[in-house]
Every structure is written in C-alpha cells, then in structure tokens.
Write a protein that binds this ligand. Structure first.
Ligand code: PLP
Length: 378
C-alpha cells in the first residue's frame, strides 16, 4: 500500500534523537531548530520524560473518561499553578484542531450564536470544525451548517467591533503570535481592546496557544505579555513533547454539564503522564527563562546578517524574513548544513522553533551556517 502523498518530503530518515540533536539512518547528526512544528518542548528523549512515560506504559496506558483518572487531576493542578490559571477548568483532547473545535463548540453553546471572527493569515487546524485556513477570506463550514467565519485584518479593532455589534458572533479566535501564517502579532493595545469589545458584546474570546503556549514564548502563554485573560485558551503541540495531547482551559463563568464535551482518547493515562513530565521539566530546568535568554541572544547575534529584513516573533517562536523565497535556503540548511528550520505561508520567512532547551552555542552554529548558505547561494 502507498502512503497518500500529501507531504513533500526531504530525503532524510531520522532514527534517533537526543535533546536538540537528531541522528539519521546514515549516522548524520542534525541540529533541530524546528522541533517538529514546535512539538518537542523539553528536548528529544528527555530522560525524566522517557522514564515517566515508560513507567506509565508498564502500569496502565488508557482507560475510559467515565472512570476516575487521578493523573488528569494532577495535570490540571500543575498546569493551573504553572500558568497562573488556577481558577480555570481543564478539558483534555488529543490535538490542536480538536482543542479549537471544542473551544468553538463551547462558545456556540454559551452564546447560542454561531458566527466566528478570525484574522487574516490565521491558522487554527485542518478539521472542518476548526477555523481552518491560511487562504484568507475563504468561508469554511464548520460545526454546523450555519457557522461561518469572517476573517479580519489584525490590529484594526474598529472592524472587529463593527462585526460584533451585528449580534450574531459567538467567538473571536486569535493566535497571540501567528505560527503557520508567518509570526505576525497583534499589539498589546489591540489585544486589550479585543478583550474589552468581546466582554461588552458577550462574545467569547478564544486564544489559540496551540503553538505559542507551554513556555515557548518565554511566558507560559504568549497572551500573558498583553495582560489579558481570555475566556478559553487552547493548547496542544508542546504539551506532550511528541505524545499527542491537547486541551482547553475554560474560565470559571462557563458551566459544565454531563455530555457537553467528550472524547475517547483525550486525557489518557499515558498522555497525562507525558504532559505532567513536560511541566515538571519546564519548571525544574527553568525553560521559560531559557527561552527568554536565548531570544535576547538571538536578536543581537542575528544582526550580523545584512540580508535579513525583519526578525519576527518572541521567545523561541522566531522567524527571519528575507526579500526572497527561502525554500532553496531552507533546503541547503537541512541537506548541507544539517540544520532543521521551518517554513510558513510567508514564503520569505525562515522559522526557528527549537526545543526550549536550546543553547546560545547552537544559535552561533545556526548563524555561521546561515551566513555560509547565503554566500553560497549568491
Ligand atoms: N492552532 C495553531 C495555532 C496551530 O499552529 C496548529 C497547527 O499547526 C493547529 C491549531 C492545529 O493543530 P493540530 O495539527 O494538532 O491539529
């Protein structure tokens, strides 16, 4: 049987990895500055994490959500403490799109309305129920036949307010830092005004932290730079360091009822053990501080490359923008310099999303390789 061919593949076969280094089947070592779309938060095969997951596998990997699971309680407790959201509730699922689906569903139930506001170049997942496109202005039919999505430009609060005043909007969904779309961000002024207009119009504010959350920005959630409190926060990628787990944090004013949300796989014993281990390591190794430290170093060190027209992002969710398509550069970095970086829907942007354990020495290695590659491509 063939694999359904939907991914263009680089000719590399990784077989093992440790921290920020990936080794392929020929023994070649690669520096991982992409962590598989920001999934590897605490480094590959982190020993404490591996031990926790293995121990859980030996005991019990899965049972039903209808039976008590103390690991979910432990995860919620640790997550509340580390994020500062102790008064919110946690619902667990298995991916980013599923987290967003559940958030939109909650918003729809809560307001009895269905239209969703999203932003140009946003990316919230690929299921039909998540607002699912970087193809602006396209209307997706999600949760039910009536639910449509209106895309607006970032940082234009008057346009948002005009839409909310129409009275048919259930939610505004926004990434604090756009991932797939190319690392644009709203200003603090915009986020604070968004919080205000959502409240004033009884619209649910959903922060999609699927890529930016779990310490990647240097704070637990990237929206915490803007001093706002969303109604629902969506998480996934870095949450399980490779084990599929997602979730939403739900503000106290939402009421739970039996059957309102549900999932088979979400919050399994194994998934919870993985995510608890991630939180333990983020805390014990001060990885949020490391993200900030390495960001500061990166911002200074990258100045030696005159071809870069803009550095975007925050913490270890960064991008460097050129005035040309970076696909050849990215390919050269991987195949010849053995460094993984990422692309985005902005073809001129090279994305840097290393594990949060990355060192300043690794950034030096990247900058030397980037300089050489740019010279060789001239
Ligand atoms: N939301 C954001 C911000 C994302 O970056 C992604 C994936 O890239 C998703 C949602 C979808 O997550 P998943 O692929 O786990 O469904």
């Amino acid at each position: 049987m063939n694999l359904f061919d939907v991914y263009p593949l680089y000719p590399i076969t990784p077989v093992k990895a440790l921290d920020c280094i990936i080794t392929d089947d020929k023994g070649i070592e690669y520096l991982d500055l992409y962590s598989g779309h920001g999934v590897i938060s605490i480094g590959h095969t982190q020993p404490y994490y591996v031990a926790k997951v293995k121990a859980q596998l030996d005991n019990l990997s899965f049972y039903s959500n209808a039976i008590q699971n103390p690991l979910q309680v432990e995860l919620a407790d640790k997550l509340g403490k580390l994020s500062g959201y102790t008064d919110y509730s946690l619902f667990l699922c298995s991916s980013g799109a599923e987290a967003n689906e559940n958030a939109l569903k909650m918003a729809s139930f809560h307001t009895n309305k269905s239209r969703v506001i999203s932003f140009d170049n946003a990316f919230h997942g690929r299921t039909s129920a998540a607002v699912a496109t970087t193809d602006n202005k396209k209307i997706i039919a999600p949760l039910n036949a009536q639910q449509i999505v209106t895309f607006l430009p970032l940082n234009q609060i008057d346009l948002v307010e005009a839409e909310l005043k129409k009275g048919d909007v259930c939610a505004v969904i926004i990434e604090p830092i756009q991932g797939v779309g190319g690392l644009d961000q709203g200003t603090t002024e915009f986020f604070q005004a968004l919080e205000k207009v959502c409240k004033a119009n009884d619209v649910v504010l959903i922060l999609d932290e699927v890529q930016s959350g779990f310490g990647r920005s240097g704070k637990f959630f990237a929206h915490q730079y803007h001093d706002i409190k969303p109604d629902i926060i969506c998480m996934a990628k870095g949450m399980g360091n490779g084990f599929p787990i997602g979730g939403i944090l739900i503000a106290p004013h939402f009421e739970a009822s039996y059957g309102l949300l549900g999932t088979t796989f979400g919050g399994s014993h194994l998934a919870c053990a993985a995510s608890i281990a991630v939180l333990d390591v983020i805390e014990s190794q001060n990885l949020m501080e490391n993200a900030k430290k390495v960001e500061t170093y990166f911002m200074e060190a990258i100045k030696v490359i005159p071809e870069i027209i803009k550095v975007k992002g925050r913490g270890l969710m960064l991008g460097v923008e050129f005035d040309f398509d970076v696909s050849a550069l990215r390919k050269k970095m991987i195949i010849e310099k053995h460094i993984f970086t990422g692309g985005s829907s902005n073809k001129n942007l090279l994305r840097i999303l290393p594990p949060l354990t990355i060192t300043t020495e690794a950034i030096d290695t990247f900058i030397v390789a980037l300089r050489e590659s740019l010279a060789e491509l001239k």
